[in-house]
Design a protein around this ligand. Structure first.
Ligand code: FES
Length: 64
């Protein structure tokens, strides 16, 4: 699914960036130039980032 239509960035690309260490919106801006045109993707990208980080935190709790 496309998150950023202007740049053609998909949720898979964003998830891959998060898995590789992107931990905040600034990281996603740097890697994908996300939100640099119309900015409509920023909220969706933030929700995706938050849900991926929460999922990651749940894994750490289970593993501990
Ligand atoms: S949809 Fe991402 S900048 Fe327009």
């Amino acid at each position: 699914m496309y998150v950023c239509i202007c740049k053609g960035i998909t949720d898979r690309q964003i998830k891959a960036s998060i898995a590789e260490g992107a931990g905040c919106m600034r990281d996603l801006y740097k890697q994908h130039d996300l939100g640099s045109q119309c900015g409509k993707c920023v909220c969706a990208a933030k929700q995706l980032l938050d849900s991926e980080i929460q999922a990651c935190n749940r894994c750490e709790v289970v593993a501990a």
